[in-house]
Design a protein around this ligand. Structure first.
Ligand code: FEO
Length: 399
């Protein structure tokens, strides 16, 4: 437990050995599950709980901060189980605890705890709780990064409890940003966390950055990694989120072509498609990327930044090969709605990759080009000429 200021305590749990989070995120620097205790004259609130695995450590920390007080509220700024997984056990200790949640979270937390008898206080944007000299004001922030996400603002102390926003998976013994020992690693973790957690929600990041822009914030008590301070990294961290979330303006269209190829046939088609596209949009950036020869994060970034993209699909065992699915699994669904995309490739037996990939892209609301260009086995010269025409036709829809 660490005192942040009078009546406000850090009660987070450190997990330096974590190396994978939520299956898909690497956590080279471990993480922390940050939580806080806010004590007013009359009432006491816990802000966030903890991962179920670390419940005992969490209880030790809040017990020290509570110093004999009984908490009245548990504020859950969102309900992802790394912060809510121990709630049912916490309620066994404090059965009269009121859970303060957004409307969406009210549904989730019942299913996370498997309890229908929860004492819930559902708060809307702008609602407040007076603890006595300390006010909790709630700011709805849906899709940062869950539908139920919100921030909690403590105006008397100028503290924003920001949920995962502006946090990162990074674990050092000191909790404040001014005492980070390995700053390069911290900023690497900060960027990676943004890319994985908030990159898919860029319009929402900008919207809610605007919403909190008027707050005179001294301290950002996030849910992972170092607490940010005015003298430390608040300004820099917010500026980076804004920069990374702002759409890039480019002089030329970016239309990467991603493909997999077993015997070079789809690769040759990809080259012809690119040639046809360049006839129509000669100044476009039309790179050719054999998926297995490039870093997946780089390809995902290109795809998500693109104006349009193409996929050269390869079928093995009646399915698109795993690298294609891995790439498509990194699509930022919110940001990429209506993005033009076209499919092409060679197939040997049955070519199920084409309908399967098309169905996936359509389900994500991308604008899938009405024609697919498919060749059985080896493309002839005529086939390559047709592939170029296909590329030109697709390019003409981008002008
Ligand atoms: Fe740290 Fe979205 O949970």
């Amino acid at each position: 437990m660490t005192k942040i200021m009078d009546g406000v305590f850090y009660t987070g749990v450190q997990n330096p050995n974590l190396r994978v989070f939520d299956v898909i995120m690497k956590t080279d620097y471990g993480t922390s599950y940050n939580s806080y205790v806010v004590k007013g004259r009359n009432k006491t609130a816990l802000i966030e709980a903890a991962h179920n695995t670390f419940f005992e450590y969490y209880v030790d920390n809040i017990t020290a901060a509570l110093d004999g007080a009984t908490p009245d509220f548990l504020v859950l700024n969102h309900t992802e189980p790394d912060h809510s997984g121990c709630v049912d056990r916490l309620l066994a200790l404090f059965p009269n605890l009121t859970l303060v949640v957004s409307q969406a979270a009210a549904i989730y937390i019942k299913n996370i705890t498997n309890r229908a008898d929860l004492n819930l206080l559902i708060v809307k944007d702008g609602d407040t709780i007076d603890l006595g000299g300390k006010t909790l004001r709630f700011i709805n922030a849906p899709f940062l990064h869950w539908p139920d996400s919100m921030f909690t603002w403590l105006p008397e102390d100028k503290i924003l409890f920001s949920c995962d926003f502006l946090g990162c998976h990074f674990c050092e013994p000191q909790i404040f940003d001014g005492k980070i020992a390995y700053t390069d690693q911290y900023w690497h973790a900060f960027r990676y966390y943004y890319d994985c957690i908030f990159g898919p929600f860029k319009p929402y990041v900008l919207k809610w950055l605007d919403k909190i822009a008027g707050l005179d914030i001294d301290c950002i008590c996030n849910s992972h990694g170092p607490v940010l301070t005015r003298a430390g990294y608040i300004t820099q961290a917010i500026a980076l989120y804004r920069e990374w979330s702002t759409p890039q303006t480019r002089a030329h269209k970016l239309s990467p072509i991603f493909y997999c190829t077993a015997y070079g046939n789809t690769e040759r088609i990809a080259g012809a498609v690119a040639e046809g596209m360049r006839r129509v949009i000669p100044d476009a950036e039309i790179g050719l990327y054999n998926i297995i020869e490039h870093d997946m994060a780089t390809l995902s970034g290109l795809l998500n930044e693109s104006d349009a993209f193409l996929v050269g699909a390869l079928t093995i065992n009646r399915e698109a090969v795993p690298p294609i699915w891995q790439l498509l699994g990194n699509i930022e669904a919110v940001n990429i709605v209506k993005r033009p995309v076209a499919l092409f490739g060679s197939f040997g037996w049955s070519g199920e990759a084409f309908p399967h990939v098309a169905q996936r892209l359509e389900s994500m609301k991308l604008n899938v080009f009405e024609r697919q260009f498919k060749i059985n086995f080896v493309p002839s010269d005529n086939d390559l000429a047709d592939a170029a025409s296909f590329g030109a036709d697709f390019a003409s829809t981008l002008i």
